[in-house]
Design a protein around this ligand. Structure first.
Ligand code: ADP
Ligand code: MG
Length: 621
């Protein structure tokens, strides 16, 4: 084309496309749900804009917020179009090729190790999955602010953009034309496309239509000089005509008709746009919740969410919400913890999608949750910025946190492995067994989030502390809660004992534990770097304090003969303190914490523990 401008794909994008176009991966179906998901995003965007500016939608067909799928069987072209926001020339250049998303290289890496494409949508590169089934793709797009353009590429490292002077004007939105590969013939079959839409795009909030062929009976005038023809027509017609048979004989001059089969096309609706969150939780099946999770999270790995909570909040601020605990933490959950405010909650106002970039809905430490909030109280026709200031958001947030923590607590309560009751622990039935071990799974994936919550959220600190798990000198490889620890405390024990370090193995032989072990006290192992910070915030729980056994002043219940010991060793401790200069130690004291080891160096009560020194050193290196 004479007016085409050529561009090169950014290197990582090009690599990804190379892998995709040559992929022997068998599940190529995913491209369709990625395209539909993009179409749905584009529709959400234009609908949102139209809230404040009615004219953006235009009129007639343009105002219909829908998705259309069409097939050209002969040419093997599959097109998916939407009447969404569309892309300007700039958008096409940036979004489809020159600016790589941060997830691109992470996804390429993942592909090379696992070969699993199912999570492509989560990495923000879903569009390129078109090259699983097509070797040539055209994107025709019209944005309100620009002319109609065509983007095209054969995945050969480059793409071209031209002003569209040859296709019909599409009004507004985007049409993706896939020129299917030889071996992707199955996607040129209507029934296959219908099945895929039904399977994967059930929860898309806009109608999806397919240009479907239909065999219909049509009445055509019978050929006049072949009167007998009427008897050859389909049996169906004969039956229908039976009643009229007598009449027909009388009125011979009436023109005779016959029925023939004809193929016609019409738009067939494939989904029924169900807002699952508006229904009563009792009416929604487990399978529906799972599928809704898949579509919200763009997680089609086949793993079920660990848990969910679907509820309605009433009162001053009304909203409905569905929250999910995903089966796995995303790879970068904690890497990007402090510098991103990525939210996984979609905000709707009266069924209209507003944003998925609101960090006011949940605190950072709960950003691993996936879900949706639909509020009736928030105003519809204001900008996102204004909405961000709305006072109802604080109430929504408070309730969401409460519900989220309840849901996590239930995960533990329903897990038979978590029970202290022997009978409950050993109970077995399909339902109970399904829940066995689920809290440990949760803890392994998201335990750090709970700890960060204790550090950051003073209001819910106690609730979060209940969710804490750790290993101890007596846990035998299992996880213990604070409540369990309390239930096993020795008579007269007032505090929790803990020790921090790099690993359990290293701590197990620590001289600090000798005496406590001998006296049968349980000691908590805190081995995660975040634990040092955690212990600065976790002051007490159920009126019990936390004592670091490697710090000065450890008290194990009653110390009866302390005074006498101090007196009798006075000379020794004095000699010792004088021998070691004051720069080296603060004090030398008699203590009852040891058993076999003659002496230990401990940290002062208010100083950093040895482990904290280690962590700080690692950070400054
Ligand atoms: P993601 O959807 O996660 O952003 P994709 O690779 O699926 O990643 O799409 C890349 C970008 O291309 C989108 O963010 C969007 O800006 C643009 N895009 C894709 N399809 C459409 C469409 N149908 N309408 C408008 N923009 C689109
Ligand atoms: Mg996408």
């Amino acid at each position: 084309r004479s007016n085409a401008e050529k561009f090169e794909f950014q290197a990582e994008v090009s690599r990804l496309m190379d892998i995709l176009i040559n992929s022997l991966y068998s599940n190529k179906d995913i491209f369709l749900r990625e395209l539909i998901s993009n179409a749905s995003d584009a529709l959400d965007k234009i609908r949102f804009l139209s809230l404040t500016d009615k004219d953006t939608l235009g009129e007639g067909d343009n105002a219909k917020l829908e998705i259309q799928i069409k097939l050209d069987k002969e040419k093997k072209i599959l097109s998916i179009r939407d009447r969404g926001i569309g892309m300007t020339k700039e958008d096409l250049i940036k979004n489809l090729g020159t600016i790589a998303k941060s997830g691109t290289s992470a996804f390429v890496e993942k592909l090379q190790t696992s070969g699993d494409l199912n999570l492509i949508g989560q990495f923000g590169v879903g569009f390129y999955s078109v090259y699983l089934v097509a070797d040539y793709v055209e994107v025709i797009s019209k944005h309100n602010d620009d002319k109609q353009y065509v983007w095209e590429s054969k995945a050969d490292g480059a793409f071209a953009i031209s002003e569209d002077t040859w296709n019909e004007p599409i009004g507004r939105g985007t049409e993706i034309r896939l020129h299917l590969k030889e071996e992707a013939g199955e996607y040129a079959e209507e029934f296959k496309l219908k099945e895929l839409v039904k399977r994967y795009s059930e929860f898309i909030n806009f109608p999806i239509h397919i240009w479907a062929s239909k065999e219909v009976d049509v009445e055509v005038p019978a050929d006049e000089d072949q009167d007998e023809d009427s008897t050859e027509s389909s049996s169906k017609e004969e039956n229908e005509d039976e009643e009229d048979a007598d009449k027909g004989e009388d009125e011979e001059e009436k023109p005779k008709t016959k029925t023939v089969k004809e193929t016609t096309y019409e738009w067939e609706l494939l989904n029924d746009v169900k807002a699952i969150w508006l229904r009563s939780p009792k009416e929604v099946t487990e399978e529906e919740y799972t599928k809704f999770y898949n579509s919200l999270a763009k997680d089609f790995s086949g793993e079920k969410p660990l848990s969910w909570s679907h509820f309605t909040a009433e009162g001053d601020v009304e909203f409905k919400a569905v929250l999910y605990v995903p089966p796995k933490a995303p790879q970068d959950l904690y890497e990007s913890y402090y510098n991103s405010n990525k939210s996984n909650l979609k905000l709707y106002v009266r069924r209209v999608f507003i944003s998925d970039e609101f960090d006011e809905l949940l605190p950072k430490y709960l950003s691993f949750l996936i879900g949706l909030v639909d509020s009736d109280t928030l105003p519809l026709n204001v900008s996102r910025e204004m909405l961000q200031q709305h006072s109802s958001l604080r109430t929504i947030k408070k309730k969401l946190i409460r519900k989220a923590l309840d849901m996590i607590r239930k995960l533990a309560e329903e897990d038979p492995d978590e029970s202290t009751d022997k009978e409950k622990k050993e109970e077995s039935s399909p339902e109970v067994d399904e829940k066995r071990g689920q809290y440990t799974k949760f803890w392994n994936e998201f335990g750090k989030s709970i700890k960060l919550g204790i550090i950051e959220d003073a209001t819910n600190r106690n609730r979060l502390s209940k969710l804490l798990r750790f290993e101890t000198t007596k846990s035998e490889g299992k996880l213990v809660s604070l409540d369990q620890y309390i239930s096993r405390m020795k008579a007269g024990q007032k505090d929790f004992f803990y020790i921090t370090g790099a690993s359990k193995e290293q701590l197990e032989n620590s001289p600090f534990l000798e005496r406590l072990k001998k006296k049968n006290y349980e000691v908590i192992f805190f081995t995660d770097p975040v634990d040092e910070y955690l212990m600065q915030y976790l002051m007490d729980y159920e009126d019990k304090k936390f004592q670091n056994v490697s710090k000065e002043g450890l008290k194990l219940g009653k110390d009866s003969n302390d005074k006498e010991l101090k007196e009798s060793f006075k000379d020794l401790t004095k000699w010792w303190k004088d021998s070691l200069s004051n720069d080296n130690v603060d004090d030398v004291k008699i203590s009852n914490r040891l058993d076999n080891t003659p002496c230990v160096v401990v940290t002062s009560k208010f100083g950093w523990s040895a482990n904290m020194e280690r962590i700080m050193q690692a950070q400054t290196l």
